[in-house]
Write a protein that binds this ligand. Structure first.
Ligand code: TRP
Length: 350
């Protein structure tokens, strides 16, 4: 199986097979989020673990344990995450890193940077104008703010805007230049799959995403805390950006950001596809009404039901592939209720 770990809208495994998450850990050097790490989080924060940690949605990390060391020593760090505005509204899959970020911000009481990469979307999509990407960014900001963050600082990354807010932007721009100088075009091509046909600014975008993990990119917000440690909650498809960031950071005298990374949120059609903002029937959006959600689940959600009624009575639903159960696994807080639902479905009494 060939694993596509590039920043594409439709990250999937070739041949429609499931994504091999273990391979990500062994090949790309992430660490596993294991029980001892989770016990430590619970002990340090004195709070119950959120669903996403309890049920293994965030399965991989890089140096998260070091962030816990820092916290234990009473030192500061900050959180950084982001969103490339490619649709009017966020879908449930996008919510996953933001919900973990919300928990982390509450539990560790730390500042947060959220990058709205409207420039990334503008550069990647031939059909989107700069104005439309900005508008989508503003719309998406509403969904993000609705997650209830504390004192969120929304940084926008388009160059024009940087010129208007000079103090912020000259630091941002300097870090982009420092960073980009250390990455050859060959290297960027091999990480992100760029070709000679891609526009030149698209090739330089990853540096914009990378440098937001350095606190001196935001001198106004971090006021002299130039080398704060950074923790990035994100989905696993963002790993290439930050593998590159961690490679370059020490070479420019900066700290490597730590990461905590989630598996993909499956599309309604099944586990082998990621929920995609560009395919409305694969996704449930923040803006969908309860009625629309119900329809989408009934019409499109891949069911673990067996092929014939007879077989279904005999075997019950196959919970390994059933999408509604997978969604409950992400969002239903109550462990006992989830177990009850699963047991009933497996025995066909739902
Ligand atoms: N590249 C991300 C996307 O396409 C957006 C993003 C920018 C991001 N900076 C980030 C995501 C930092 C996670 C962490 O949606």
């Amino acid at each position: 199986m060939l694993l596509l770990l590039r920043k594409e809208d439709q990250v999937s495994s070739s041949g429609g097979k499931n994504i091999d998450y273990d391979k990500l850990i062994t090949q790309f050097g992430c660490q596993t989020v294991d029980k001892s790490l989770l016990d430590r989080v619970q002990r340090l924060t004195g709070r119950p673990l959120p669903v996403f940690l309890r049920r293994g949605v965030f399965f991989a990390h890089r140096d998260f344990n070091k962030i816990l060391d820092i916290y234990e020593r009473g030192e500061k760090f900050f959180l950084y995450t982001g969103r490339g505005p490619s649709s009017e509204s966020l879908h449930l899959g996008h919510l996953v890193p933001f919900m973990l970020t919300k928990y982390l911000q509450d539990a560790f009481d730390v500042p947060l940077v959220i990058q709205l990469s409207d420039d990334e979307k503008y550069l990647r999509d031939k059909n989107l104008s700069m104005e439309e990407c900005e508008r989508l960014g503003r719309e998406n900001a509403k969904d993000i703010i609705a997650c209830g963050f504390d004192g969120v600082s929304l940084t926008r990354t388009d160059p024009e805007n940087k010129i208007r807010t000079l103090a912020l932007c000259s630091a941002f721009y300097k870090n982009i230049s420092r960073f980009s100088k250390r990455v050859t075009r060959n290297k960027a091509d091999s990480i992100f799959g760029f070709t000679g046909e891609d526009n030149m600014r698209k090739q330089s975008y990853p540096a914009v995403q990378a440098v937001a993990s350095f606190s001196n990119t935001f001198p106004r917000q971090f006021l002299g805390d130039d080398h704060l440690h950074c923790l990035i909650p994100c989905a696993i498809d963002q790993d290439p950006y930050f593998r590159m960031t961690r490679d370059v950071a020490p070479r420019i005298g900066y700290r490597k950001p730590a990461l905590i990374e989630s598996s993909f949120f499956p599309a309604l059609q099944g586990e082998h596809r990621k929920m995609s903002a560009s395919d409305p029937n694969s996704a449930i959006y923040f803006t969908d009404s309860a009625k629309v959600i119900k329809n989408k689940i009934n019409q499109y959600a891949f069911s673990g039901g067996q092929e014939s009624l007879q077989q279904h009575r005999k075997l019950g639903a196959n919970l390994d592939v059933d999408i509604p159960v997978k969604y409950l696994n992400f969002f239903l807080e109550d462990d006992a209720e989830l177990e009850h639902i699963k047991r009933n479905m497996a025995r066909d009494i739902c």
